[in-house]
Design a protein around this ligand. Structure first.
Ligand SMILES: NC(=O)c1ccc[n+]([C@@H]2O[C@H](COP(=O)([O-])OP(=O)(O)OC[C@H]3O[C@@H](n4cnc5c(N)ncnc54)[C@H](OP(=O)(O)O)[C@@H]3O)[C@@H](O)[C@H]2O)c1
Length: 356
């Protein structure tokens, strides 16, 4: 049994970590922080957890207490993990950060997108991007994990087989993505009110969203790794991605519709996707002609994909759905923890999705 702490336990990803870890046989949650709810019992604030965490209460973040854990999850806004991660790592505590603090490898680029200086550039070299379908072996030995963002997870998993196979023009990618309102966190915001967000849909960040550099970096990594594996060392074409996120009136879920321009006769695209993900426990390639629904992944760590080639033309369309709070955040964080500590990768993550 390992002991873990969660910084930011009152937010949506924090409480999702608690829900999923309640079923994990090798993990005990020994510390959970909230500055605003210090002293409040977890099950008093979240009655869905009654019977699972009856004595655990929120406390102020304390480096000494957190440093006594085997691993600490950061389910906090950006900038918080920067301040604490170094001290925890020095104590031998592994860090799994759900925020964007360690996702971009370039500290200057991070500070341009997040409007503040990077708080821990010295740790960037050792941070591992926690997308197991790409970096499984590195994750196993990592001390510091940057859990991918929700949109970046859905988009990268959708494009991965096509980019690896060199079948689409990387300079003409279009990702049209929709998210439920929990993607914006639990903090009170006018845009998340029922009267504002329901029965309406809108795009946002069309001119440049913070997930754009993360997705572009990840797609470049896919190209690079594919080149190394094929020892082709081909001239890499730059990634050109148009990414437009939308807010939709649902609570959980990401739906990504991904477009790619084929550069060659692709052969059997369905077989390509099925083969690439045959051994991936959390990627489900649906039968040819399918249209995956966000509700089919509600509460689970699965990304469901379908690939289409409309009219047998030169555009390929990939449909990718995840639960933003699970494969897009807390479930993927636990998948990383399982790999880091040598547990079966799917431990605690096997329950089927909610329906309806
Ligand atoms: N929501 C999603 O779908 C999603 C998906 C992928 C990644 N993420 C990322 O995951 C992180 C958490 O997201 P969320 O949606 O769970 O956020 P949230 O609902 O807004 O919760 C944030 C949590 O962080 C704590 N917190 C805030 N400022 C803090 C500080 N300075 N020091 C310590 N704790 C602090 C808050 O509690 P107190 O203020 O009481 O301390 C709260 O528990 C974010 O970086 C987000 O971008 C979210």
């Amino acid at each position: 049994m390992i002991k873990v702490g969660i910084v930011g336990g009152t937010g949506y990803t924090g409480v999702e970590l608690l829900r999923l870890l309640a079923q994990h046989p090798h993990v005990s949650v020994a510390a959970i922080t909230s500055r605003s709810e210090t002293g409040v019992k977890v099950c008093d604030m979240y009655p869905n957890l009654r019977g699972h965490y009856d004595t655990l209460a929120f406390s102020e973040p304390d480096a000494k207490q957190l440093g006594a854990m085997d691993a600490v999850f950061f389910a906090t806004p950006h900038g918080v993990a920067h301040a604490l991660a170094g001290e925890l790592l020095d104590n031998g505590t592994r860090v799994i950060d759900l925020s964007a603090d360690f996702r971009l490898r370039d500290a200057d680029e991070w500070s341009r997108w997040y409007d503040q200086p990077h708080g821990a550039p010295a740790l960037l070299d050792e941070a591992v991007y926690g997308l197991p379908e790409m970096h499984r072996e590195k994750i196993k030995n990592a001390r510091l994990i940057a859990v991918p963002g929700c949109y970046p997870t859905a988009v990268q998993l959708g494009y991965l087989p096509l980019l690896e196979a060199g079948l689409i023009d990387p300079s003409q990618l279009i990702a049209d993505c929709k998210s439920g309102v929990t993607g914006a966190g639990r903090g009170a915001k006018v845009g998340s009110l029922l009267a504002e967000a329901s029965e309406s849909m809108k795009a946002y960040g069309a001119g440049g969203h913070r997930h754009l550099p993360e997705i572009s970096q990840g797609l470049r990594d896919i190209q690079q790794l594919a080149d190394i594996q094929q020892t082709a060392n081909t001239q890499q074409q730059p990634i050109g991605l148009t990414f437009v996120p939308h807010l939709t009136p649902m609570i959980r879920g990401i739906h990504a519709t991904l477009y790619g321009r084929l550069t060659a006769e692709p052969g059997d695209l369905q077989a390509l996707f099925e083969k690439r993900y045959a051994n991936e426990p959390f990627v489900d390639v649906m039968p040819a002609g399918s249209h995956p629904e966000t509700r089919s992944v509600k509460g689970i760590n699965t990304c469901r994909l379908a690939v289409h080639r409309p009219g047998n033309g030169n555009t390929v369309v990939v449909l990718s759905v995840i639960d933003n709070l699970v494969k897009g955040a807390s479930g993927q964080a636990i998948q990383n923890l399982n790999l880091m500590f040598g547990f079966d990768e799917n431990t605690g993550l096997t329950a089927p999705a909610l329906m309806p």
